[in-house]
Design a binder for this molecule. Structure first.
Ligand code: EMZ
Length: 385
C-alpha cells in the first residue's frame, strides 16, 4: 500500500447496512455512511438538528470543554439563514484579486523556503505555517499575528495524544476575548470589527455571538486545512506524474483540488441531534441521541463515484460532500479551495519531486472504525527544479 493512501474503512458497513455505530463519551452516534442518505439527513434539519447543546454535534463531543455556541454552525433554520447571510460575503473575499495575490505570495515564499532545507517535517514546518498565515488574510489582520497561532500547534481543542483539552481551548477563548475587547476600543477593517458593527434582524450581535463566529473561524479550518495540505504533499511525493500533469495542463487544477479533497475528506463526519424517534437506513434512532453525516464514507460511495478509491485528478463528475452539504455547507470552503489551488500550482511550478523520509499515520478512533485522516508526522525532502 502506498504511504499516501487513505483507505476506505467504511465500505463493508456502508454496503451491508448503510450505517455504523460508535460510542462517544457515553453519547452514542449512528453514523450514516451512504452518499444519498447523508444528503437526505443533512437537509432534514427538523429531525436532525445542529442547534442542540453547544459542542454536541461535534464528534468527539465538545460539551465538556465549551459552552459558547459556534455560529452559524450550531444554529438551525430559520435563524441560521440570517447569520449565514451576514458572514457569507466576508468568507467569499478569497475570490478577490488582492486576497488571492497575497495568498499566492505567502505560499510561494513558504515553498521557496522548504526547498532550501534538507529535511522538512511537513505538519509543523509547512502546513501549520501555511494555514496560520493564510488565516491572517481571512481575518484581515496583520501577518505577524500568525506566529502566535503557529505556537499553539495543530488542534485548538486538543493536546498531544488527541485528547480533548479544556485548558488548551481556554487559550483560544481568552485570546478571542482579548481581541474582541481591542476591536471594541479600536474598530478596524478586520472580521472582529465587522461582526461587532453588524446587525442581524435589526439587532446587534452580542459579544457571545461574535465570539461564536470567531471560535468557528479559528477551529473549523485548522486541522482540516492542515490535513488537506499534508496529505497533498504525501500524495505528490508518490505521484510525481500528477505534478507534471498539473504543470502541463494547469486548467485541470480546479478539478484536482476537488478530487483531492474528496479523496482526503479532511473532516470525517459531523453530528446532528435527533429531535424525535425516527428511522435512518431502516434502523430506528431515538430522540435525543445523535447521528453523524459521514462525509468520508459518502465520498467513497461506489454507487456515485467510479473507482472511488483512486485519485482521478481530472474526475469529471464529482458531487463530493467533503465540504458538507445543504445549508450548513462549509463557510470556509472558498478560502480552503484557494489555498489548495495556489498550493497545487506552486508545487507544480517549483518542485521537481518530493521524497518521503519518515512518516507516522494519524488514525482517528471511531470505535468500530479506525480511519487514517492524515499524519502525526511526515518528514520529507522537497527537491528543486
Ligand atoms: C468545530 C468544527 C467545525 C469544532 C467544520 O467543523 O471543527 C472542529 O475542529 C472543532 O473542534 O469546535 O469548530
Amino acid at each position: 500500500m502506498e504511504k499516501s493512501a487513505l483507505p476506505d474503512v467504511f465500505e463493508e458497513a456502508r454496503i451491508s447496512k448503510g450505517y455504523g455505530k460508535m460510542n462517544d463519551q457515553d453519547d452514542p452516534v449512528t453514523m450514516i455512511l451512504g452518499l444519498k442518505d447523508v444528503r437526505k439527513c443533512a437537509h432534514n434539519w427538523k429531525n436532525f438538528q445542529s442547534g442542540a447543546e453547544p459542542g454536541r454535534i461535534v464528534v468527539p463531543s465538545e460539551v465538556n470543554i465549551r459552552d459558547t455556541r459556534q455560529i452559524p454552525f450550531e444554529v438551525d433554520p430559520p435563524e441560521h439563514k440570517d447569520f449565514r447571510a451576514l458572514v457569507e460575503p466576508w468568507f467569499k473575499r478569497p475570490l478577490e484579486e488582492k486576497y488571492s495575490q497575497e495568498l499566492k505570495n505567502q505560499i510561494e515564499a513558504l515553498v521557496e523556503e522548504v526547498l532550501t532545507l534538507d529535511s522538512v517535517e511537513v505538519i509543523e514546518e509547512f502546513s501549520l505555517k501555511l494555514q496560520s498565515r493564510a488565516l491572517t488574510l481571512l481575518l484581515n489582520i496583520p501577518y505577524s499575528e500568525a506566529d502566535l497561532w503557529i505556537s499553539w500547534g495543530t488542534h485548538v481543542f486538543r493536546s498531544e495524544g488527541n485528547d480533548l483539552d479544556g485548558d488548551k481551548a481556554k487559550i483560544l477563548y481568552d485570546y478571542i476575548d482579548e481581541k474582541i475587547s481591542e476591536a471594541i476600543e479600536n474598530p478596524g477593517d478586520d472580521l472582529y470589527s465587522m461582526l461587532l458593527s453588524a446587525t442581524v434582524n435589526g439587532k446587534k450581535l452580542t459579544r457571545e455571538e461574535v465570539k461564536g463566529v470567531m471560535i468557528l473561524t479559528f477551529s473549523g479550518g485548522r486541522d482540516t486545512v492542515i490535513n488537506a495540505v499534508t496529505n497533498s504533499i504525501a500524495y505528490f511525493a508518490e505521484h510525481p506524474e500528477s505534478l507534471k500533469k498539473l504543470l502541463e495542463e494547469p486548467e485541470v487544477t480546479g478539478k484536482a483540488v476537488e478530487e483531492l479533497i474528496r479523496y482526503f475528506s479532511p473532516l470525517t463526519h459531523m453530528g446532528r441531534v435527533v429531535t424525535k424517534d425516527t428511522e435512518v437506513c431502516e434502523h430506528a434512532v431515538k430522540a435525543d441521541t445523535r447521528i453523524s453525516l459521514c462525509w468520508a464514507s459518502a465520498n467513497r460511495d461506489a454507487k456515485v463515484f467510479e473507482k472511488p478509491n483512486e485519485v482521478v485528478l481530472d474526475r469529471k463528475i464529482n458531487p463530493h460532500v467533503a465540504f458538507g452539504f445543504s445549508h450548513h455547507n462549509c463557510l470556509g470552503a472558498t478560502h480552503a479551495r484557494q489555498i489548495m489551488n495556489i498550493l497545487l500550482k506552486t508545487l507544480a511550478e517549483k518542485v521537481a519531486s518530493i521524497d518521503i523520509l519518515d512518516s507516522k499515520e494519524n488514525i482517528e478512533d471511531l470505535d468500530q472504525f479506525k480511519r487514517k485522516v492524515g499524519y502525526e508526522y511526515l518528514q520529507v525532502k522537497f527537491n528543486k527544479k
